[in-house]
Design a protein around this ligand. Structure first.
Ligand SMILES: [Zn+2]
Length: 245
């Protein structure tokens, strides 16, 4: 039983979504979390949830999408998210590489941290080149259920995250991206999850990614941890169960 903790099937380029879902199910995927990134994407996520039983909703605002909105608009989207009963908050966080105005980004991220705490559901965090700041904010707020998506920070910081009992979701790009291999080596299997970030981060450079490819991540995790793929699958599934109940 496989899980894809983080993807964007509402993005362009999934005209064959029926087939994508069938392939995922055929590969053993039983749980796909689609992560909303904007007002529009949150609604599309809920549409997909209505259409495919395997898809579950995480709702949020990606840093650059949130920057386009004023306080009133963000407040109203947070109300919408609350009403929609997502199983996680995401994709939210900080981006120190492509998005300006870190002060505003932090303000918005804090609102989503508070929301995840209030709803008592996991928060799926984007932290590109702002990893330490994101971790500090989560620590200050004493958040318990955290998933660091596509984590690219230092191994020292990874250890700190592990100590909190937070999770890392690992994308198929691990097949050729050594920083993820190092991360998996460093962190206990009990804190690993699988994701695809579809349509991005495929194990095949330049190709569209899709949820069935969580099995590619799983193979690499098994290899690094020197266990059977079935064993790795079982551990990841238990981690998912522990977090999502
Ligand atoms: Zn994403």
């Amino acid at each position: 039983m496989l899980v894809d903790i983080h993807c964007h099937l509402d993005f362009e380029g999934f005209n064959d979504l029926n087939e994508v879902i069938e392939r995922a199910k055929g590969a053993g995927v039983i749980f796909i979390i689609n992560n909303g990134i904007s007002k529009k994407s949150n609604r599309k996520t809920l549409e997909l949830v209505g259409k495919y039983d395997v898809i579950k909703p995480a709702l949020g605002l990606y840093p650059d999408e949130a920057l386009k909105m004023n306080d009133r608009q963000i407040k109203s989207e947070i109300e919408f998210i609350k009403k929609s009963k997502p199983i996680a908050i995401g994709e939210v966080g900080l981006d120190g590489m492509r998005v300006p105005n870190m002060i505003r980004q932090k303000e918005v991220f804090q609102k989503f941290i508070d929301l995840a705490k209030e709803l008592d559901i996991p928060i799926i965090v984007h932290s590109r080149q702002a990893e330490e700041t994101a971790v500090e904010m989560l620590e200050k707020s004493k958040v318990k259920k955290v998933i660091m998506h596509c984590f690219n920070g230092s191994l020292k910081l990874a250890k700190r995250i592990e100590k909190h009992g937070w999770y890392f979701s690992i994308p198929p790009i691990i097949c050729y991206a050594n920083q993820f291999k190092d991360l998996v080596k460093e962190v206990s299997s009990n804190y690993l999850l699988t994701e695809t970030d579809s349509p991005f981060l495929s194990h095949e450079k330049g190709k569209r990614n899709e949820p069935m490819n969580v099995k590619e991540t799983l193979k690499v995790i098994a290899e690094i941890k020197q266990i059977e793929v079935e064993e790795a699958e079982k551990i990841i599934f238990m981690n998912y169960k522990r977090l999502f109940g």
